[in-house]
Design a protein around this ligand. Structure first.
Ligand SMILES: Nc1ncnc2c1ncn2[C@@H]1O[C@H](COP(=O)(O)OP(=O)(O)OP(=O)(O)O)[C@@H](O)[C@H]1O
Ligand SMILES: [Mg+2]
Length: 325
């Protein structure tokens, strides 16, 4: 049985649209005009147990809405989903014990309590035995480097420290499914790395199925082999991250090393592609994929080239290019 199976999942929101200006406001009092937003549009995918999948898409693409449906927080307008065999929005108690949803933008801990007590409350709710609680918290707070912060009230924790506590809280009951919505948002690079390492390790040792959204490509690149890309509520790509470059990168980057990189030379090079970087002694060009071979030939013939590098466009740029479409 797949861990998560989603088929034709759809969510439309009806929002009230304000008319512009004063007269519009008056008209709005009499007859409200509503607008339908299709946040998630016939989305289908299957995730096997133990997979760690990146869920990517530009702002407003429908990621959070999808995760909320999988967590049973939102009712879909259409379609089906099974998580561990359960229909999430039926909010079966057995299901609630087996998944966790972490929203990076939202605090789920008790604000005024020391972190440890907030965790303890979570443990109580799930009926976790005291010894297991102590052991798990010690272990995870060590890995996440927040052991010294357990007695600080949640209100006084930094953003990163709070996120780490949220992660601990969400894992106390050892969920089989972990839905993570931007768990590294706003964290400094060191904390991001710690959280990433932690998730990678957790996924490997517990075989927890993880669906993760992030706008940081480093997260995705270091954690996920598979990505699902969603745009305007529709699945746009579902496959290996490495295939994204093959499928969508229209360009390659070519760096020419010359002893002489005068302006005149730049003009000559610009015929082949866009100059993206220039240093004394080297010029980097962005060249259309199907032009790479002829361009290299011409460059080697025409210029005193000392060395030449051909690279793929960084995946981050490819994704940005996809989102910009
Ligand atoms: N409660 C709501 N009422 C009305 N519209 C909503 C609601 N929640 C989300 N939407 C709309 O649904 C669409 C998808 O939103 P969603 O939050 O799922 O995007 P997202 O992919 O998580 O974006 P981001 O990367 O910015 O977090 C957006 O157009 C959003 O404005
Ligand atoms: Mg979101």
């Amino acid at each position: 049985m797949p861990a998560i199976a989603v088929s034709g999942l759809t969510k439309t929101f009806r929002t009230y649209r304000k008319q512009p200006g004063f007269s519009g406001a008056i008209r709005g009092l009499i007859r409200r005009t509503y607008e339908q937003v299709i946040a998630v549009n016939e989305v289908s995918f299957i995730i096997e147990p133990g997979e760690l999948v990146g869920f990517l898409g530009p702002n407003g693409a429908g990621k959070t809405t999808t995760l909320k449906m999988l967590a049973g927080l939102l009712y879909p307008s259409g379609g089906q989903a099974r998580v561990l065999g359960y229909v999430p929005w039926e909010r079966h108690n057995d299901y609630r014990r087996q998944f966790a949803l972490v929203l990076g933008q939202k605090n789920q801990l008790w604000w005024d309590l020391p972190a440890r007590e907030s965790l303890e409350l979570n443990a109580r709710i799930y009926g976790i035995p005291a010894d297991r609680f102590t052991r798990t918290v010690a272990e995870m707070s060590e890995l996440l480097n927040v052991r010294e912060k357990l007695n600080v009230s949640v209100r006084e924790l930094s953003l990163g420290e709070r996120m780490k506590m949220e992660l601990i809280a969400s894992l106390l009951h050892q969920p089989k499914i972990l839905l993570l919505d931007e768990p590294t948002i706003g964290l400094d690079v060191v904390s991001q790395k710690i959280v990433r390492e932690f998730l990678r390790r957790y996924n490997a040792t517990h075989q927890t199925t993880i669906l993760l959204t992030s706008h940081y490509m480093t997260d995705i690149q270091e954690l996920c082999r598979r990505v699902i890309i969603i745009d305007h509520g529709r699945i746009f790509f579902d496959g290996q991250l490495s295939d994204v470059v093959d499928r969508f990168a229209d360009f390659k980057l070519i760096t020419i090393h010359c002893d002489d990189t005068e302006v005149a030379l730049t003009d000559q090079l610009a015929r082949h592609g866009e100059v993206v970087e220039k240093t004394p002694g080297s010029i980097k060009l962005k060249i259309k994929r199907d032009r790479v071979i002829p361009a290299c030939k011409a460059l080697l013939d025409d210029l005193p080239v000392r060395d030449i590098d051909i690279e793929e466009v960084p995946i981050e740029d490819v994704i940005r290019q996809i989102f910009a479409r």
